[in-house]
Design a protein around this ligand. Structure first.
Ligand SMILES: *Cc1c(COP(=O)(O)O)cnc(C)c1O
Length: 358
């Protein structure tokens, strides 16, 4: 592997025209540069940081036809002193490689991943929004590059990283439709991989749910359609009278890193947390007994997303998010770790201290 990094800096930075106080919606704004590497002849090469731009692919590109594509989503932000740091980058690098293995794609060495990411962030450091709650969203992704028609793993790949400044997530409580017809993923499938195709499969039910007035779909297991999996882009937690529960990893749901943070924070506060099979019908029964106190999602984009209503085959249950205590405690703990107000006892922050010579 030739990790020599070529850096081509933009001569037309868009930063001066970017208004941090009036940022476009999540996903619409990009920093000046991107990272790119090619997998050719069995190894990663052509490491390049260059201005964000289009590129061309063969019309028979295997990604377009057979969907060999995976991604990650993570965040960097500034400490109170102005040092950029990345949140759990090695865990994201590891998960990218787990996804790659499931999709018959090459792994990208984790230390090299974090190294090039740090360099990219240093170059576009001034794009990290300074306001509390805002961040630089990092989108690493890998996809097949062979241009041929044939159902087999591609021989060539591209790995890229994009940076997107994002504002504080507006946390309107979510109204979830418990999906009892369509499924997202089945054990043995690719639900545990952060694969593009999982999202493609979720779009139709999502659009239908939106039309019916819901914000998101809550997916159930694909076999019995009764055990809770996750919300499309987030894992889910339920607070009961005496404990917090979240679906156990079963091979079909995504191993969320935010989910892992929540579990560790709850354990550190001696709040009982169980990873278990969760029957949605039992959740509705617990609600009726007054024993369901909070429901919230866990994912990198929003961190915590409160749920105030759930609809199961037309039956709606409603919670009062102003009474939630666990969810705001988790949110504030993570924010305080990120800002440096709390010590980073879990070792989640990777400061970016690299000099970039170019
Ligand atoms: C990315 C993702 C999540 C959340 O994972 P985090 O690591 O917490 O961001 C949850 N579910 C799905 C399907 C995802 O793709």
């Amino acid at each position: 592997m030739d990790t020599t990094l070529k850096i081509i800096k933009t001569e037309n930075s868009r930063l001066g025209d970017f208004d941090f106080n009036n940022m476009p919606g999540f996903g619409n704004a990009f920093s000046d540069h991107m990272f790119e590497a090619d997998f050719i002849d069995g190894e990663w090469k052509n490491f390049t940081i260059r201005p964000l731009s289009n590129f061309s692919i063969h019309p028979a590109n295997l990604t377009l036809h057979y969907g060999q594509a995976i991604f990650e989503g993570m965040k960097a932000s500034l400490s109170k002193e102005g040092t950029p740091f990345i949140f759990r980058p090695f865990d994201h690098a590891k998960r990218l490689n787990m996804s790659a293995a499931r999709m018959s794609m090459p792994s990208f060495p984790e230390d090299v991943f974090v190294d090039v990411l740090e360099k990219l962030i240093m170059i576009d450091k001034d794009w990290i929004p300074p306001m509390e709650g805002s961040a630089m969203y990092i989108r690493p992704f890998m996809f097949a590059m062979d241009g041929l028609i044939g159902v087999k793993p591609s021989q060539t790949y591209k790995f890229m990283i994009l940076l997107l400044p994002v504002g504080a997530y507006y946390n309107k409580p979510l109204y979830l439709k418990v999906e009892t017809e369509y499924v997202r993923a089945v054990r043995g499938g690719i639900g545990e991989a952060k694969a593009a195709g999982n999202y493609a499969a979720s779009l139709y039910p999502y659009v239908e749910a939106k039309k019916e007035g819901f914000d998101q779909v809550l997916w159930l297991d694909a076999i019995e359609l009764k055990y809770v999996q996750e919300i499309s882009t987030m894992n889910i937690f339920f607070v009961l009278k005496d404990k917090v529960i979240t679906p156990a990893l079963d091979g079909a749901l995504l191993k969320g890193i935010t989910r892992d943070c929540f579990i560790k924070i709850l354990k550190s506060k001696n709040i009982p947390i169980e990873e278990t099979k969760i029957n949605i019908y039992e959740i509705f029964e617990l609600y009726k007994k007054g024993e369901l106190l909070e429901v919230f999602g866990a994912g990198t984009a929003a961190i915590v997303a409160n749920v105030d209503r759930l609809s199961l085959k037309g039956e709606v249950i409603q919670l009062d998010v102003s009474k939630y205590t666990i969810s705001p405690m988790i949110m504030s703990t993570i924010n305080k770790i990120r800002s440096g107000e709390y010590p980073d006892d879990f070792g989640w922050l990777k400061p970016v201290v690299q000099e970039v010579f170019a």
